[in-house]
Design a binder for this molecule. Sequence first.
Ligand code: SF4
Length: 312
Amino acid sequence: MISFGPIPSRRLGKSLGINNIPAQKICSYSCIYCQVGITKKYSLVREEFFDPMVIYKEVKAHLEKLNEEDLPDYLTFVANGEPTLDIHLGEAIKKLKTLNIPIAVITNASMLCNKQVRDEISFADLVSVKIDSVEEESWKAVNLPISDIDFHDLLTGLLKFSREYSGKLISETMLVQGVNDASDILHKTSEFVSQVNPAIAYISIPTRPPAISTVSASSEDKINEAYQIFSGKNLKVELLLGFEGTNMGHTGNAIADILNICTVHPIREDTMLELLKKDNARIAVLDSLIYDQLIKKVTFDSNTFYLRRFHV
Ligand code: SF4
């Protein structure tokens, strides 16, 4: 299944996720905090995944199954990897726009040096760009990028996009303790973010199980320091430090809902129980998905989460 949710999002309200990358994760980064695990296939080459008409039909059918109160605020490309690696992304966005729901794209920005990619995501109403660090060593340490990315080209592409784009641009900076939260790095990153000039510069910390188990969120002191430094650059800054709520959309098919959401978004236990209740499903559904090795249970920061498993 390509679409999932809607899931609650502080940035986007109710967001119906679109996973335009099939099966295994494909990304140009392997961020140490990534909630969908280590990158199985590194790539910077755009390729064909789903036919845009297939995406359109699936999203339309998904929307038709939702109750009025679950209808999303955004249709969001938030993939099992980097959504701009989809060569048909622009066409898919254009088709989905006919559904009259705003479109969002969450990107790591690594492809923005490509004019075609910039042009295609310009069709979206909102674009969120990842800017974890603009100091090369810590960028490498936090995002573990594919070796072919030229760091200077990446930053230039981001700036070009920010000047060309007329929709709502937001940025997200994820702080990882001891990796990208030193004062000098925060100063450099905030200076660059101010040139990008997003409507809101979000500062976040890992709140779901990370790809590398030793990853920890920055301390409260560091988060506050980052907030002050970013605000000092005349940015509108918001912190994303917590849980985004249990109100997941449901289609009536608990197994499909769980598997689709888990592929790109670990589900916290209280959210899972709420989802089962809405889908009129028993807890035994979870046990059978775990038994069949389709999902697994992990603990992070004293909370239990369910994640998708892939046999690849
Ligand atoms: S967080 Fe996003 S950019 Fe980073 S590895 Fe995961 S999918 Fe790729």
